[in-house]
Design a protein around this ligand. Structure first.
Ligand code: NAP
Length: 459
């Protein structure tokens, strides 16, 4: 082995260790930020190692790619708002998967006759997963961005059509594995994989898109691992496998938090029958004035804030922290209840509240905080809806029956901050808003919280 190859393998080892450590650190909010930096360091080491240890045919394309990728990445990081992070992530998956598919096509064009049976299998696998993840992720991004309708697109015989595409694609994969010279079959497999990605995601509603995205993340990781096998690149195998399995574990955790199975998410068409499934509560929502709400908060002993997607869209994280601090100065015990699927991506609320410097010690997970609601004077629901919907617990016929919820309705008083009568992402009515303990404070969450803070100061 030459010196440069030793250097490359050493950087791959360092990169792999950094990736593993970063994953471990990202599992806790205290260390997540540092974990992210470690992962970036690992990626940098892997890129430097590859450039030093590989025979470079032309630097022009590499430098052009680095420059273009860095400009697009920096531009996205600066301009994309937090609320659009899920679709931004979906776009990144699409780019990563497309890269894996293109590398696979390049290998097919140049080296297919030199590859042994196992590597040819890995190549086909890489191209199928890469291609279907590319179009699947683009559809997910378009649904989340509202470019195409978020509702599940379903039609009669859909499962049969999907099964036919899947079987044809798999058939082409096996044939071109055995007969690598059959280029037409290989490209048919590629085309079918692009179509299958679209068909896989259109029947899924936007509310389930985060689960789908982490599954697609998992596919993109496995495609990268397969690329690693084809190219004989260890760091790609390790990073791809880590990515593949962490994405899968995240999907399972999200499904658990919604009490749904992966098959229900993928094939259930959740959200298609919302209109029929919504119950008519028949009651009225009781409005509360700003001053009355401020009075309740100022004279409470214990207050729990329950943030949801509306807090993210309103960017109200700083405003809630300021109100929380004011209440604490008055001797009120303030806690924040975090539902695992509040918002639109895993850890959404943790990230927002951390950005506003809310101490981690004030954040409580669902299992920890639920027993505390009954001894809480005021639960303040800020732009959350589905995650506090008691129907999930009380109505076995509800579409979200069995989904664990934050049991705010057990608090002595509930104040809900939202703009109007809008429903949650599931599209279901929420009986919490009609309960006698609940009052509604209408308005944008950020302005309501700022006005509440001012009013509390005057109590
Ligand atoms: P939600 O059910 O989507 O409800 C958000 C509420 O916020 C809406 O009812 C809306 O009512 C209100 N709102 C919107 N903008 C607002 C603003 N500027 N100010 C004040 N209120 C505003 O949110 P959630 O309770 O956080 O539930 C998350 C949903 O996403 C769940 O259905 C969950 O299953 C799904 N999901 C999440 C993930 C994840 O990883 N986080 C994954 C899969 C699925 P108005 O329009 O009346 O204001």
């Amino acid at each position: 082995m030459s010196l440069t190859t030793y250097f490359m393998e050493a950087t791959y080892l360092i990169a792999s260790i950094l990736f593993i450590l970063s994953l471990k650190m990202m599992s806790h909010p205290d260390t997540a930020r540092r974990g992210m930096f470690l992962a970036e360091g690992g990626m940098f080491a892997a890129i430097v190692g590859t450039l030093v240890g590989t025979e470079i045919i032309s630097w022009t394309w590499i430098i052009a790619g680095l420059a273009l990728g860095s400009i697009i990445g920096a531009w996205m990081a600066i301009t994309v708002p937090m609320t659009a992070m899920p679709q931004r992530t979906a776009l990144s998956h699409a780019f990563g998967a497309l890269a894996a598919a293109l590398v696979g096509v390049g290998e097919f064009l140049v080296h297919i006759n030199d590859l042994g049976g196992i590597k040819r299998g890995a190549l086909g696998f890489e191209i199928m997963l890469g291609a279907l993840t590319t179009t699947g992720s683009l559809i997910a991004a378009a649904k989340l961005q509202g470019i195409i309708q978020g509702k599940p697109v379903q039609f009669r015989g859909q499962n049969i059509v999907n099964a036919a595409i899947f079987l044809s694609m798999t058939g082409c994969f096996i044939y071109s594995w055995i007969h690598p010279e059959a280029a037409a079959v290989f490209y048919t497999m590629l085309g079918l994989a692009f179509v299958f990605g679209v068909m896989l995601v259109i029947p899924i509603g936007s509310a389930d898109m985060p689960v789908v995205m982490s599954l697609l993340n998992s596919y993109a990781g496995l495609a990268a691992a397969a690329t690693g096998f084809v190219l004989g690149n260890n760091v790609l195998i390790i990073a791809g496998t880590l990515d593949g399995f962490s994405g899968f574990i995240l999907s399972v955790l999200m499904c658990k938090a919604m009490n749904r199975s992966i098959t229900n998410v993928l094939f259930g068409g959740f959200g298609a029958a919302i209109a029929e499934a919504s119950t008519d509560t028949g009651g009225v929502m009781r409005e509360i004035s700003l001053d009355d709400a401020a009075m309740q908060l100022a004279f409470a002993n214990r207050v729990i804030f329950v943030p949801g997607y509306g807090l993210a869209t309103a960017q109200a994280q700083h405003a809630v922290r300021e109100l929380g601090e004011l209440l604490e100065e008055r001797g009120v015990t303030v806690k924040y209840a975090i539902h695992p699927v509040a918002g639109r991506m895993p850890g959404h609320m943790n990230v927002l509240l951390a950005e506003a410097n809310v101490p981690y010690s004030s954040l409580y997970e669902m299992e920890q905080i639920n027993p505390e609601f009954s001894s809480t004077d005021v639960a303040v629901v800020i732009g959350a809806n589905d995650v506090v919907n008691p129907d999930a617990r009380d109505n076995p016929k509800s579409l979200i029956a069995g989904m664990p919820i934050l049991e705010v309705d057990r608090a002595k008083s509930v104040i809900v901050l939202k703009r109007g009568q809008g429903r949650g992402f599931s599209g279901l009515e929420n009986p919490l808003f009609y309960k006698s303990c609940t009052s509604m404070l209408y308005g944008d969450a950020k302005s309501s919280l700022s006005h509440l803070a001012q009013a509390v100061q005057h109590v």
